[in-house]
Structures are given as structure tokens and as C-alpha cells.
Write a protein that binds this ligand. Structure first.
Ligand code: NAD
Ligand code: UDP
Ligand code: UDP
Length: 319
């Protein structure tokens, strides 16, 4: 049977890579997006594919579609964008996930939620395992996203318990790669674009906070395996456990781009997590998955992508 697969947020950074992978696997793909942070240029190369369909829709509103699988990614992911309209972010996470679970229930589709390491908040346990319940501020500037995703996880498990929907939850840790928006605001795209433009690299705080960066191809492989795996709801962490300080990342980007940009320090955003690194033991055991692309290799590919984007204002995918 050909899978008929819905990817919400399919025009976003991860979504475009996932849509392409699913087409390569022989799926019929419906990409649903409201283009809040997605870009048409990203999916333009897919539009002529005979098994690809684009639906412009906001997941806050109900929709009826006939599908066999749902990868639910719709939600802005960069702190800059999810905080720009915090109430919309809560609606997207809560009402959007409710609608997609209602759809999964009606048509009997398998449902995968793209959750986040932010459910652990500013973690007091390091590295983070799936059984850690987190340290999350319910009323801060990041709460719309963190608490929104926590409710999305709750809804997902309640639809599983109450309505026997076949669900999966993946908790994604910082992921980067080509097709990120140039003005996305996340650290990897910011540093690379700043370095290539010979502008100062903006390190927030003293740069001693850590993140663990996963290349997008590794992540998509993990998501795909999770969807194929039987009798395992998760949640499961997907990320690269190699941990770097933000200051180290800045130095790497400068060295790789050969940029003469200086480093400037900006105030650390409120509630910015101090340390983050996934424990991926569970993904290894249940999905036989581990990331293979080290930061050095992934950064080279991402830098090459942004060199092209910045050289051609319309972006490489526009042709
Ligand atoms: P992104 O912002 O590039 O993509 C999100 C997509 O969702 C965009 O195309 C956007 O237009 C769309 N969208 C937003 N609100 C919508 C709505 N109401 N209706 C329909 N579409 C909507 O972000 P991304 O990095 O590709 O993230 C994809 C998913 O993965 C998100 O759910 C995010 O929370 C999760 N995630 C990402 C990371 C990461 O590091 N990239 C980490 C943790 C979790
Ligand atoms: N929903 C949807 N598409 C569908 C089925 C349901 O968007 O194909 C929405 C529905 O409008 C509702 C939500 O999903 O807002 C939850 O649906 P469910 O049937 O679980 O709850 P109910 O409609 O009974 O409140
Ligand atoms: N950051 C930074 N400079 C930037 C953007 C981000 O120093 O231009 C820092 C940010 O404060 C955080 C880390 O980089 O500590 C990762 O930020 P990002 O927005 O990419 O994602 P987060 O993991 O915070 O959701």
C-alpha cells in the first residue's frame, strides 16, 4: 500500500527535508503550511513531483483530509519567531495538535509529534533522559513554546489512551542545516550569515551556555525510523550528543568561513537554558539510530548553502 502522508509545517526547515525523504521512499506527500516561517523557495523543487501536493492552511482551523500517516511539525521553532506572536504559538501548538489528532482519529492514521528538548526547560539533570520531567517556567517569554509543546505531548498521549490513536513522540534537540531561513534567528544560521557578511557575530551572554547540534539528515532518518517502528510511542530524544559552548561555535564558524568578523556580546535572553545535551540511549536501543554527521561536516555543508543564498538574493531553490 502506498502511504499517503501529511507533513504539517512541511514548508519549514525540517519539513522540506522530510517531504523530500518521504517522496524518495515512494510516499504520496501532502505538505500543509501557512507560510508563517516556511518559504516557498524551499519546496519549489518539489512542486512538479507527481506525488507531491501543497495545501496552504493554518492548523488552528480544522481540516478534513484522507491520509495514512501524519508527521505534525507545524509550529515556529526559533525563539525570535515563536515569541513574536506568543498567543499564536500557543494556539498552533495546542489547537493545531488537537485538530491533527482529531484528524488522525477520524481516518485511523499513524501520528508523529515533533516535540522538543524545550520540554526539559533549563534542565537540572544533565544529559537529559526521556524520564526527566524538566524545569520549565510556565509564565516566561519561552513558555508559549515550551508549555505549548508539553500540552501537545499531553494531548498526544491522551488521544492514545482514550481513543487508541497510534502515536509517536520525538523530542528534537537543536537541529541545523540547509534551508534554514537566513533571518531565522537561531544561532547556527545567525553566526554563518553574520560571518559571511563580515558583520559582528552576536554571542548572547558570555557564550558559556552549551547546545548539542544535530545535522538535519540525521534527524530526518531518526524521525522516519520512529514512524516505522511498531509498538513504541516514545517519547524519544533525537539529537547529537556532542556538546559545544556557543563561544566555541562562534570560533568554529569564523575559522571555517575565514571571516574577519569580530565577536560582540549581547544580553543573554531570559530563561535561556544553560546546558543542553541529549541522552540518546533509548533511540539507540529502540530505533537502532545514532547521528553520523559531525558538526564540522554539517557546518561545511550549511556554510556552502548560505554562501549560495547570500550570493543570489532569490535563493538557490528559486530557479
Ligand atoms: P520552521 O519554523 O522552519 O518550520 C515550521 C513550519 O511550520 C513553517 O513552515 C511554518 O510556516 C509552519 N507553521 C507554523 N505555524 C503554523 C500553523 N499554525 N499552521 C500551519 N503551518 C504552520 O521550524 P523547524 O526547525 O523546521 O521545526 C519544525 C518542527 O520541529 C517544529 O514543530 C519545531 O517545534 C520542532 N523542533 C525543531 C527543532 C530545531 O532545532 N530545528 C528543535 C526542536 C523541535
Ligand atoms: N478535526 C479535524 N479534522 C478531522 C477530524 C477532526 O480538523 O478530520 C478536528 C475537530 O474539528 C476538532 C478536533 O479535530 O476540533 C478534535 O476532534 P475530535 O473528533 O477528537 O473531537 P470533537 O470534535 O469531538 O471535539
Ligand atoms: N544565541 C547567540 N547568538 C545568536 C543566537 C542565539 O548567542 O545570534 C544563543 C542563544 O542565547 C542560546 C543558543 O545560542 O543560548 C541557541 O539559541 P537558538 O536560538 O539557536 O536556540 P535555543 O536552543 O535557545 O532554542
Amino acid at each position: 500500500m502506498t502511504e499517503r502522508t501529511l507533513v504539517t509545517g512541511g514548508a519549514g526547515f525540517i519539513g522540506t527535508h522530510l517531504c523530500k525523504r518521504l517522496l524518495d521512499e515512494g510516499h504520496e506527500v501532502i505538505c500543509l503550511d501557512n507560510f508563517y516561517t516556511g518559504q516557498r523557495a524551499n519546496i519549489r523543487p518539489l512542486l512538479s513531483h507527481p506525488r507531491f501536493e501543497l495545501v496552504r492552511h493554518d492548523v488552528i482551523e480544522p481540516i478534513r483530509l484522507e491520509v495514512t500517516q501524519i508527521y505534525h511539525l507545524a509550529c515556529p521553532a526559533s525563539p525570535v519567531h515563536y515569541q513574536a506572536n506568543a498567543i499564536q504559538t500557543v494556539k498552533t501548538s495546542v489547537l493545531g495538535t488537537l485538530n491533527m489528532l482529531g484528524l488522525a482519529k477520524r481516518v485511523g492514521a499513524r501520528f508523529l509529534l515533533a516535540s522538543t528538548s524545550e520540554v526539559y526547560g533549563d534542565p537540572l539533570v544533565h544529559p537529559q533522559r526521556e524520564d526527566y520531567w524538566g524545569n520549565v517556567n510556565p509564565i516566561g517569554p519561552r513558555s508559549c513554546y515550551d508549555e505549548g509543546k508539553r500540552v501537545a505531548e499531553t494531548l498526544t498521549m491522551d488521544y492514545h489512551r482514550q481513543h487508541h490513536v497510534d502515536v509517536r513522540i520525538v523530542r528534537i534537540f537543536n537541529t541545523y542545516g540547509p534551508n534554514m531561513l537566513e533571518n531565522d534567528g537561531r544561532v547556527v544560521s545567525n553566526f554563518i550569515c553574520q560571518a559571511l557578511r563580515e558583520e559582528p557575530l552576536t554571542v548572547y551572554g558570555d557564550g558559556s551556555q552549551t547546545r548539542s547540534f544535530c545535522y538535519v539528515d540525521d534527524l530526518v532518518e531518526g524521525m522516519f525510523r520512529m514512524m516505522q517502528t511498531e509498538a513504541f510511542t516514545g517519547p524519544v530524544n533525537l539529537g547529537n550528543p556532542d556538546e559545544f559552548t556557543v563561544a566555541e561555535l562562534a570560533q568554529k564558524v569564523l575559522a571555517k568561513t575565514g571571516s574577519a568578523s569580530p565577536i560582540v556580546h549581547r544580553p543573554l535572553p531570559e530563561n535561556d537554558p544553560q546546558r543542553r545535551r541529549p541522552d540518546i540511549t533509548l533511540a539507540g536501543e529502540r530505533l537502532n539510530w545514532a547521528p553520523h554527521i559531525p558538526l564540522d561536516v554539517g557546518l561545511d555543508r550549511t556554510i556552502a548553502y548560505f554562501r549560495q543564498v547570500l550570493a543570489e538574493p532569490a535563493g538557490p531553490a528559486a530557479h
